[in-house]
Write a protein that binds this ligand. Structure first.
Ligand code: COA
Length: 316
């Protein structure tokens, strides 16, 4: 099977930021509690009327430009999300029209909650082996501000909006991403109702239990991916972990003996953006020149489902 490498990245983020003090003006919490328990200082929330599609399209356009790839060269498009504007049409179909992507390609949304971007990357790697063109477009995008339960101080502090995109290239001789992914059906720990309610969909979560799941899953995924790829910690330039809680990342860094400077965090500025969190980090690292051609990134995601995933991604 041909492997894939990332050629370009981009992001699109709503302008409006909401700081902890503003949240504390709305629910019974404090900047000190939120910062010390989560590492979050700010999150971006879309304003009324700002659409999911415009955020997603701006991330995708930047990734295409950064990769030097035209929309007509795309062979498949996946949007990883749980918060798109509509169930039908999918966000990926709307993006296809917006960007003028070819019509002979698979465009679809993928929901694996916070593991969504990595599930999409693995799916894309398989898909491009049979696609009409060698480039794939993947966007992780969320408008979680629309799903926040403002009656629940344990969750309303956490979530933000944003979109991160990557253009990948499939080629013979590229290594596969050594994906390790899975899920076990659990609807109790993290739940966002869909059509079942007939009303609004709001996020509910048993935070402490999800925390425990995450601190086991992250080191396990790191070890499994390295084993599968036949690589060691030293072969990895950056570890990009789902930005759910700085304490989860700090624990993983200690348990796996990752040099802290190799684990980039931007949770302070974005909060938890679910499927967008990993590509937002990738696009910042890429833009800052910290990763580029030849770099190797080990990414790990975990989230509702429960789902988890890890892979080793190289940059073209
Ligand atoms: N402000 C102030 N106090 C708060 C609070 C808030 N925003 N939210 C909860 N508390 C209180 C609780 O009421 C509880 O008080 P009590 O001891 O008097 O009952 C206390 O703080 C501890 O609550 P708990 O829920 O145990 O906190 P925690 O340390 O587990 O932190 C999370 C809560 C959500 C930050 C943490 O569990 C977490 O990040 N979990 C993982 C989330 C995650 O990864 N989700 C995404 C998967 S994609």
């Amino acid at each position: 099977m041909n492997g894939i490498k990332i050629r370009g990245t981009g992001r699109g983020v709503p302008e409006q930021t909401v700081c902890n003090a503003e949240i504390a003006g709305r629910v019974d919490t404090s900047d000190e509690w939120i910062t010390s328990r989560t590492g979050i200082r700010l999150r971006h929330h879309s304003r009324e009327g700002e659409s999911f599609l415009s955020m997603t399209a701006s991330a995708a356009r930047r990734a295409l430009e950064n990769a030097g790839v035209g929309p007509e060269e795309i062979g498949a498009c996946i949007v990883a999300t749980l918060s798109a504007d509509t169930l039908v049409p999918s966000a990926a179909c709307l993006l296809q029209r917006e960007l003028g992507l070819p019509e002979d390609i698979l465009c679809f949304d993928l929901n694996a909650a916070c593991s969504g971007f990595l599930f999409a990357l693995h799916t894309m790697e398989c898909l491009l082996n049979a696609a009409p063109r060698k480039y794939g477009l993947i966007v992780g995008a969320e408008q979680l501000s629309r799903l926040i339960n403002w009656e629940d101080r344990g969750t309303c502090i956490l979530f933000g909006d944003g979109a991160g995109a990557a253009v990948v290239e499939s080629r013979e001789g590229f290594p596969t991403i050594s994906a390790v992914m899975g899920c076990h059906g659990n609807d109790a720990l993290l739940h966002v109702p869909g059509a079942e309610t007939g009303g609004r969909s709001l996020i509910s979560m048993e935070g402490t239990k999800v925390f425990k799941f995450a601190v086991e899953a992250v080191p396990w995924c790191i070890r499994q991916v390295l084993d599968k790829a036949g690589k060691t910690m030293d072969d990895v330039d950056f570890f990009v972990l789902h930005q759910a809680n700085a304490r989860i990342m700090d624990l993983a860094v200690r348990r796996c003996r990752i040099p802290p400077e190799k684990c980039y965090q931007n949770i302070g500025e974005y909060g938890n953006t679910s499927a967008a969190s990993i590509p937002l980090v990738l696009s910042e690292l890429h833009e800052q020149g910290k990763i580029g051609p030849g770099s190797r990134v080990l990414a790990v995601g975990f989230g509702g489902g429960l789902t988890w995933g890890g892979c080793l991604i190289e940059f073209a």
